[in-house]
Design a protein around this ligand. Structure first.
Ligand SMILES: C[S@@+](CC[C@H](N)C(=O)[O-])C[C@H]1O[C@@H](n2cnc3c(N)ncnc32)[C@H](O)[C@@H]1O
Length: 256
């Protein structure tokens, strides 16, 4: 085993996270810059440090999970969700089962709630939001964001669902109540079933082909027939039929 492989094995034992399913060059680059900054010379030394020091473990987790997000990220896609996808889903069923997978600090599931509030009372909206990173989930539950995270939020929604606190914006409780946050590793935890809509954006880019294939298979099994998978704007699925999916619109796939 080389230095990085020994690191991968050690991290898997410590955390259950399998780094071999993340693109290697990218991951190595990010982690090398962290361990060098901390004064380590190789991955095995870095692993020994992580084993002893909880705060270094947190810094490692923070570096390996890239948490950037924003409300209404790629706003045009959210317009398609609002104008085309949701009306069709709601024709069949008013109580949609929705999952924001790899939700980071909550901007995505809260955006889903805000878009859905154009159709339904907030009391009828229930969204499951998951991420591998517990620190993110804590921040998501607090729901306070810098102004730059809100750049794409339509003005009426901003006025309705955010409270300004100095330089920051707090999401109103009524929106927070629509989302249940939970820790979930897409590569190892069981997937719930019968979703009408799964939103999973800007995480597949970090995974190997093998890992992507596994996750798309699982998403497909988790969607009910007619359910929709909404992916990130650089994450088109090369061969959707392989997963029993068909293109509904760019970046939206329907389970057959
Ligand atoms: C760039 S953010 C995407 C956030 C949001 N979906 C968006 O598009 O703005 C990627 C997220 O994927 C999460 N992540 C990475 N590996 C994961 C895994 N194996 N299972 C679940 N989440 C994971 C990270 O913790 C991070 O919060």
């Amino acid at each position: 085993m080389n230095d990085y492989e020994r690191f991968i094995a050690g991290i898997k034992k410590l955390t259950g996270i399998d780094l071999s399913l993340y693109k290697e060059a990218q991951m190595k680059r990010r982690l090398t810059s962290l361990y060098e900054k901390k004064g380590y010379h190789n991955f095995v030394e870095f692993l020994r440090g992580i084993e002893k020091d909880k705060s270094l473990m947190n810094e490692f987790l923070d570096r390996m999970t890239i948490n950037v997000s924003e409300f209404y990220r790629n706003a045009k896609r959210w317009e398609v969700l609002q104008n085309k996808i949701l009306p069709k889903l709601l024709e069949r069923n008013k109580r949609l089962k929705i999952w924001s997978a790899a939700c980071s600090t909550g901007e995505e599931p809260y955006t889903i709630a805000m878009v859905l509030s154009n159709f339904l009372p907030l009391s009828d909206i229930k969204i499951l939001a998951t991420d591998i990173d517990e620190n993110c989930l804590q921040k998501a539950k607090i729901g306070v964001y810098p102004e730059r995270s809100l750049n794409e939020v339509p003005p009426d929604i901003k006025a309705k669902y955010f409270i300004r606190e100095g330089q920051f914006y707090r999401v109103k409780e009524e929106i927070k109540h629509t989302v249940a946050f939970r820790k979930h590793n897409l590569l190892s935890d069981p997937y719930e079933k019968n979703f009408d809509l799964i939103v999973c954006r800007n995480v597949m880019i970090y995974f190997t082909e093998e890992a992507k294939d596994y996750i798309y298979q699982e998403f497909s099994k988790s969607l009910r027939p007619g359910g929709i998978l909404f992916v990130g704007s650089t994450e088109q699925i090369f061969n959707p039929a392989r997963y029993d999916l068909e293109v509904e619109d760019t970046f939206f796939y329907r389970k057959k």
